[in-house]
Design a protein around this ligand. Structure first.
Ligand SMILES: Nc1ncnc2c1ncn2[C@@H]1O[C@H](COP(=O)(O)OP(=O)(O)OP(=O)(O)O)[C@@H](O)[C@H]1O
Length: 349
């Protein structure tokens, strides 16, 4: 029985239940089979497909319980992980306005809907938009014992934003070191509650601020967002170079605004060119996480703060983000574990 279950392929992957060592138990009770599986990534959303496959392979009625055990994975050498946060994913773009914040909000929403505990840190000082996109713009974080408690949205996403603390007009005159300090404060002094994946929406560009941040924040992996336009791709490459410089693995490239689909006639128009992100990913040898079309419901949902409803009502959009988030979770699960928080820091005086 176990051999049959272990050889089942996990949907949307080339892995099997056996290769993931996911089978905890399979017991026959009163004619049906009680199966418990545990994964190192969120897999609750695969429950129906897996139950069906196990039923087919064993010829039994199956009761399936799916658990996940997500652990902290390796970050850059010499940086310790943060209390309450297991894995940080930095979302970056070389060029502004390509949809980095939209991607962050939707990857986080997809990951939360897949059953993970998710946080978002809005580090986009020059245009903090996560509170708006995630529907919490009118809520302020509270304070407890000198720590900020992140605001929690409809999907349970813990949100912290530089926009909660300063107004955007003031921010534009901030210099690099001030930005870096404010962000570290937000990250290290917030009371994150057992977050599996914390997405950081970095400011656009690849200057000193981004470089400093990627050297000081413990990042498990990064995602680079680009439109297919040549000019965006050149800058996206710079973002990739930046992450390589500080040894942060790139989990993939997400191509945004890939095509425009006419709402009247359904015709596809490649306004920003075709497949640029796909080609960039291939050239760099990193996965293409997805290609999201220009989409009116996406724009409307981001403005209205209804990312959660967007995923419930627009299956095609939700599927693109779910696949991308799943690919990120799998890539993280494949990395070595981080044990930095288990050992006390040794300080030589
Ligand atoms: N695929 C899409 N379809 C429709 N509108 C989109 C799409 N992606 C992003 N947008 C819209 O484009 C605008 C810019 O997107 P967003 O703020 O995510 O970009 P950004 O790269 O984070 O920008 P910034 O440089 O300001 O940080 C937003 O109004 C957003 O709703």
């Amino acid at each position: 029985m176990n051999t049959q279950i272990n050889s089942i392929q996990i949907p949307h992957t080339s892995r099997t239940i056996g290769s993931e060592k996911a089978l905890i138990s399979a017991e026959e009770v009163s004619g049906s089979l009680n199966v418990v599986l545990q994964f190192g990534f969120p897999a609750q959303f695969l429950a129906d497909e897996l139950r069906e496959q196990i039923a087919q392979a064993t010829g039994k009625t199956v009761n399936l319980e799916i658990r996940h055990h997500i652990v902290a994975h390796k970050v850059q050498a010499g940086i310790s992980t943060i209390q309450g946060v297991k894995n940080i994913v930095a979302i970056a773009s070389g060029k502004g306005g390509v949809g980095k914040s939209t991607t962050t909000a939707n990857l986080a929403t997809a990951m939360a809907k897949m059953g993970a505990r998710v946080g978002v840190l809005d580090a986009d000082l020059y245009g903090p938009s996560q509170p708006t996109m995630l529907g919490v713009k009118n809520i302020q974080p509270t304070q407890q014992d000198n720590r900020l408690i992140p605001v929690v949205n409809a999907d349970g996403i813990q949100v912290m934003s530089i926009g909660f603390l300063i107004d955007a007009d003031q921010a534009v005159v901030w210099r690099g070191p001030m930005v870096s300090q404010a962000l570290q404060q937000l990250l290290f002094q917030s009371q994150w509650d057992n977050v599996d994946y914390l997405f950081i929406d970095l400011p656009p560009g690849t200057g000193d601020i981004q470089l400093t941040l990627s050297q000081k924040i413990p990042v498990t992996g990064s995602v680079v967002v680009t439109t297919p336009q040549d000019i965006a791709l050149i800058d996206a490459r710079k973002a990739v170079d930046m992450f390589n410089k500080v040894n942060i693995p790139i989990m993939g490239v997400l191509e945004n605004m890939s095509v425009h689909i006419c709402t009247n006639c359904g015709q596809h128009e490649a306004i920003f060119g075709t497949d640029g992100g796909k080609e960039l990913a291939a050239k760099l040898g990193v996965p293409l996480l997805g290609q999201l079309p220009l989409s009116l419901p996406v724009r409307e949902a981001m403005d209205a703060g209804t990312a959660s409803d967007l995923h419930a009502q627009h299956e095609a959009v939700a599927a693109i983000y779910q696949q991308a988030a799943f690919a990120v979770a799998l890539a993280i699960a494949d990395k070595g574990r981080d044990f930095s928080s288990r050992f006390p820091k040794i300080v030589v005086e």
